[in-house]
Design a protein around this ligand. Structure first.
Ligand code: AMP
Length: 393
């Protein structure tokens, strides 16, 4: 068990909180979704109430070590100030002595936000001197950036090795939820896996074979499996380097009594485009010039039956090319069935999360993870490096 902010005395301490405020911001600098900001409020409010001096640090976008005014955290500062209903000071330059002065003059309950930490090229290199600079601003480090916890950067990993480091409530909740479903799930336990990156998803399936009863496979990754059992997938996405492994995984599933259910039918398109001509094909019987873009109606029905009976559900990845209106149906239907399920449901990954949120089902899901890559790593059975360096209780 990792220490959290509950396990230490934060009164009058300078507490550096690494949050993930990498929120979508439009051209008018309006925040389109503030979930990642509101998700950190319990931790920030707890620290304020317990007399800490709160220093917030985050990245935004990919400025690649350059100052990019469009990727300034100022819009986030404005939103956070509203949400906290108190002033939050802003430190323009993490490495400048004015920031050290600002931090050293803080009173208990004050909040300071640092400018985008990826404006410094040292950040993503986990540069030791830069990590030391960050550490010099604080007495304690709090990891609250679950979505970045799989990356060894100076502000997520390097600094945690230099000063006492604990988890914030968001990271604690994410770890608890994944721990619960992966280590003590109620059965039937069903995993729904979609998306395109076969290489990332195969280790997830391998890890889940010891835990789940059924795996529903959809999205682009399913075609590698269908091809592996000799089906014709036309022009569908296939990772030809993974055919053998896909086949081995299916054999292993059989041995372990885990059902892997592949799509029965698919919506195929002549091109990878929104207005392509479409046709439904049974799996394995694609026309050579068509590619799979979504799961078909028979598959949706079959998946619904399994989801209905599940007591635990983990879902990662869309079941079709969700970005195109025409190929969203499978993902949206599955989102509806997962939301209707009364058991425990955990969803991670951008598109599957977007589907439940856009349809207004978010409140019906037990846990919506704030981390895509990080949740995938947890589902692969690996420990997040930035969590590993947090002190044990
Ligand atoms: P991932 O990051 O692996 O979860 O993949 C997400 C991406 O998978 C989304 O951009 C989808 O458009 C894509 N995807 C889903 N189904 C398919 C498909 N049948 N063919 C190609 N790409 C797909």
């Amino acid at each position: 068990m990792k220490k959290t902010i509950r396990d230490i005395d934060v009164a009058n301490k300078r507490v550096l909180v690494r949050v993930d405020y990498n929120v979508p911001i439009n051209a008018e600098l309006k925040i389109m979704d503030d979930t990642r900001i509101t998700a950190t409020l319990p931790t920030i409010n707890y620290l304020i109430e317990h007399g800490a001096k709160v220093i917030l640090c985050s990245h935004l976008g990919r400025p690649n070590g350059q100052v990019e005014p469009k990727l300034s955290l100022r819009p986030v500062l404005a939103r956070l100030t509203q949400l906290l209903d108190r002033p939050v000071s802003f430190a323009e330059d993490i490495t400048d002595k004015s920031t050290a002065e600002l931090v050293n003059n803080m009173q208990a309950g004050d909040v300071v936000m640092l400018e985008n930490v990826r404006f410094y090229k040292q950040e993503e290199k986990n540069d030791e001197a830069f990590a030391k600079k960050l550490a010099s601003l604080a007495d304690v480090f709090v990891l609250e950036a679950f979505a970045t916890a799989h990356r060894k950067h100076a502000s997520t990993y390097g600094v945690a090795k230099l000063i006492p480091a604990v988890c914030g409530f968001l990271v604690e909740q994410e770890l608890q939820m994944f721990n619960k479903v992966l280590n003590s799930p109620e059965h039937p336990f069903v995993a729904i896996l979609g998306g395109a990156k076969v290489a990332d998803k195969l280790p997830v399936i391998e890890n889940l074979l010891d835990k789940v009863d059924t795996i529903l496979l959809g999205g682009g990754m399913a075609y590698t499996f269908i091809k592996a059992i000799g089906g014709n997938v036309g022009m569908s996405l296939v990772d030809s380097t993974k055919l053998e492994l896909a086949s081995k995984i299916m054999d292993k599933a059989k041995e372990k009594g885990v059902k892997i259910i592949l799509p029965i039918d698919n919506v195929g398109a002549k091109e990878f485009s929104e207005d392509a001509e479409t046709k439904v094909f049974n799996s394995g019987f694609f026309a050579d010039d068509y590619q799979g873009m979504d799961i078909g109606p028979k598959t949706i029905k079959a998946f619904k039956k399994v989801i209905k009976k599940a007591k635990t559900i983990v879902w990662n990845g869309p079941l079709g090319v969700y970005e195109y209106e025409k190929f969203k149906r499978g993902t949206n239907k599955i989102a509806k069935y997962v939301a209707k399920n009364k058991g425990i449901s955990v969803i991670g990954g951008g598109d599957s999360v977007a589907a439940v949120q856009s349809l207004g089902y978010a409140k019906k899901i037990t846990h919506i993870s704030t981390g895509g890559g990080a949740s995938l790593m947890v589902l692969q059975g690996k420990t997040l490096p930035c969590v590993e360096v947090i002190e044990d209780i």
